[in-house]
Write a protein that binds this ligand. Sequence first.
Ligand SMILES: [Zn+2]
Length: 90
Amino acid sequence: MTDQTTSRSAKLRANRKARLGSESGWLCVYCGCRIWPHTITEDHIVPRIAAGSRIPDNRIAACQDCNVRKGHKRTMTFVPASRPAERINV
Ligand SMILES: [Zn+2]
């Protein structure tokens, strides 16, 4: 992979995350905490391991904590550990 390819790939990923963040109001879809361009993660509604698609409709914005906790669970079966009122947003 060339530097140019890596740069293009990083730019596409950053654009995708910016779109997801904008669509979610820069809030995690699971716990509602504030997320930032440098902390947002792309979560797959149907996990890639369960043959989930890479298409945009299968991606949602999540904080790093929720994305790690969710792991390979499907979105409909994942319950975040805490609600926004119980969390300290930093
Ligand atoms: Zn979260």
